[in-house]
Design a protein around this ligand. Sequence first.
Ligand SMILES: C[S@@+](CC[C@H](N)C(=O)[O-])C[C@H]1O[C@@H](n2cnc3c(N)ncnc32)[C@H](O)[C@@H]1O
Length: 336
Amino acid sequence: MAVRYLSLFSGIEAATVAWQPLGWEAVAFSEIEPFPCAVLAHHYPSIPNLGDINKITEDDIKRLGAIDVVVFGSPCQDLSLAGKREGFKNGETRSGLFYKAVQIIEWCRKHSGTRFALWENVVGAFYSNQGRDFSEVIRAFTGCQYSVPKEGWQNSGIAYSAEQSLLEWRTLDAKYFGVPQQRRRVFALADFGDWTCRSSILFQQANNEFYLSTYEKDEKEATFECRESSRKGLSRSYAGCITSHTEKDLITVTNNQVIVCDENGFPKEDGEYLRAFSVVEKERMFGFPDNYTRIPYRNKPAKNCVIHARLKAIGNSIAVPQLKWIGQQMQQAFLI
Ligand SMILES: C[S@@+](CC[C@H](N)C(=O)[O-])C[C@H]1O[C@@H](n2cnc3c(N)ncnc32)[C@H](O)[C@@H]1O
């Protein structure tokens, strides 16, 4: 039977791009921003978008039927190291919408026997409110009140309560999953089922397939390959970038820009800045199909789709291969 999942704070649905090929079915989305909503309606017209998470009721959840997994990357502005770091603030901030998602997960467990909840967020989640926000994440999923460790939260860990559930968390970097960008994010996976007979999910070694994937799309400029830094001898700061050879030069696409490099992959001293990313390059950096976000929007045809809205929505998303890898591990757990 297909795994059925509910996706909250859906954005442009990295989860669905990752999990549809596994044969999983989305039961509903929840998204409010106009452009991501249009992307969802364009690609998944038969999957309901429940809109504002604050308005989702217990009855709505009951009506959705069986839900095996809830996935949610809640807003991160108040946890981000770059922001004011106000944290969850008892649900008063945007990041505090986390609590609303937790309530929905409780309804899902009550009415549909939900097994897993997967949360994705910025690493700032370990630090906001002196680490107390992450204690709240653990409490929400296991019922256990852990105080913040003296040395702070580590990049990975497990918490469990005998009666309730298990929470695994791990910081994963997208660059180790075959996409050309450095992007460290916390993934926390709660298992409300019988986790005693399965191996851990987030602590498995990433599959080699993800290290070696190659894009061979014939773009105007060049052929892009994504590679692990060590395989190409690139410096650490350029790890995981997209490189391409034109007749004259090696071009490197870093996290911010496209620049000309020497044959070893280091920026040339007179390193010419060529241009900003194209939207397709950004889609590839997250593992989306080319032009996934190029949709008809606001009465304009797809070819005129607004670039800044596409870039923003992609930038807020999750690297698809990371979710695919986690999905594959969950799939194994369902089979036990
Ligand atoms: C960090 S992004 C998640 C992106 C998503 N995981 C993806 O694959 O693209 C958070 C999303 O939550 C949405 N959001 C914010 N407030 C919301 C609300 N009250 N109800 C539903 N979605 C909301 C934002 O518009 C944004 O797209």
